[in-house]
Design a protein around this ligand. Structure first.
Ligand code: NDP
Length: 285
């Protein structure tokens, strides 16, 4: 039976460590990390994500500020909030919750964020720093996957990691982080996508298989090498339930370790954001 890589357990452990570090910071006269979030409109999923992030901040002792703008907010209004956050020395870092309502250009918003405060790690400056292995904020989901593997003492060095999905926020940075020369890197990373022929032939070679596709139960036993570590990033709504990209019930008996959905990578993404905010309190580096 595969070891269950529980995001719930790993996140609780990382949050306890972060809380301890915050207490030590405050005792040493240092600032309390402060995360701000801009939420535009009332998309239920986005509101729930932001509420979760605010709750996490309370749990670990960060200060948090939620700036909630109406659905009708203009791009200029969002940019004005961004300028204020950039200029506010009391805010360590901030995020702009995506997706933004139609009529607001995501790219212009992203480029307006001060890279020093871009705790989502999406600004091109930070993506470049990540690719070069320079100190920076890491995109929260792949960072969360690394923290999950670290919690469970799983090594990546010398392993073949196959990532399915090449989005800028998950698959692509996941392949860079696993493949780079550094902690929880040194894997041989193969990045696959919808144009990859014979996907199963590739994924079957994976010691570590990361699914970030957005298709419920897409990864089946024929995609998985016996003994593989299977990381399911997918979050798909199916019949009112959240399910992953991996067909858990049929893949689990083959794997050596596997993440559940829900209760897996999603919770670790939030830890990634907390870790970036903790870093931001002392400057990006
Ligand atoms: P995107 O839609 O941006 O990217 C999906 C990727 O999967 C694309 O690169 C696409 O290829 C690839 N793909 C689609 N179909 C296939 C296929 N049949 N075979 C191989 N590759 C395929 O999604 P995201 O990366 O944003 O998200 C992926 C999943 O992860 C979603 O379920 C999302 O909800 C979830 N997610 C979870 C998070 C968490 O915290 N756990 C955070 C963010 C996302 P191509 O580029 O060729 O189109």
């Amino acid at each position: 039976m595969a070891e269950l890589l529980s995001g719930k357990i790993a996140a609780a452990s990382w949050k306890a460590k972060i809380k301890q570090i915050v207490q030590e910071r405050l005792a040493g006269g240092k600032s309390r990390p402060h995360l701000a979030a801009i939420l535009v409109g009332n998309d239920p999923a986005s509101s729930a994500y932001v509420r979760g992030k605010v709750r996490d901040c309370e749990e670990v002792g960060f200060e948090s500020t939620l700036i909630h703008l109406p659905e009708t907010a203009t791009e200029a209004e969002v940019l004005r909030e961004i300028q204020q956050l950039n200029a506010n020395p009391g805010v360590s870092g901030y995020i702009v919750q995506l997706p933004l309502p139609k009529g607001i250009d995501d790219k212009r918003i992203l480029l307006a964020i001060d890279p020093e405060k871009d705790v989502d790690g999406f600004h091109p400056d930070n993506v470049g720093r990540m690719a070069l292995g320079l100190p920076t904020y890491l995109p929260a989901t792949p960072y969360g996957v690394l923290l999950l593997m670290e919690h469970y003492g799983l090594s990546t060095e010398g392993k073949h990691a196959v990532i399915v999905g090449r989005s800028h926020i998950v698959g692509s940075p996941m392949s860079i982080l696993l493949g780079r020369n550094g902690k929880l890197g040194n894997a041989t990373a193969t990045l696959t996508h919808s144009k990859t022929p014979n996907l199963a032939e590739m994924t079957k070679q994976a010691d570590i298989l990361v699914a970030a596709i957005g298709k419920p139960f897409y990864i089946k036993p024929e995609h998985v090498k016996p003994g593989a570590i299977v990381i399911d990033v997918g979050i798909n709504r199916l019949d009112e339930k959240l399910v992953g990209d991996v067909d858990f019930d049929s893949v689990e008996p083959l794997a050596s370790a596997i993440t559940p959905v829900p209760g897996g990578v999603g919770l670790m993404t939030r830890v990634g954001l907390l870790m970036n905010t903790l870093r931001a309190a002392d400057g990006r580096g």
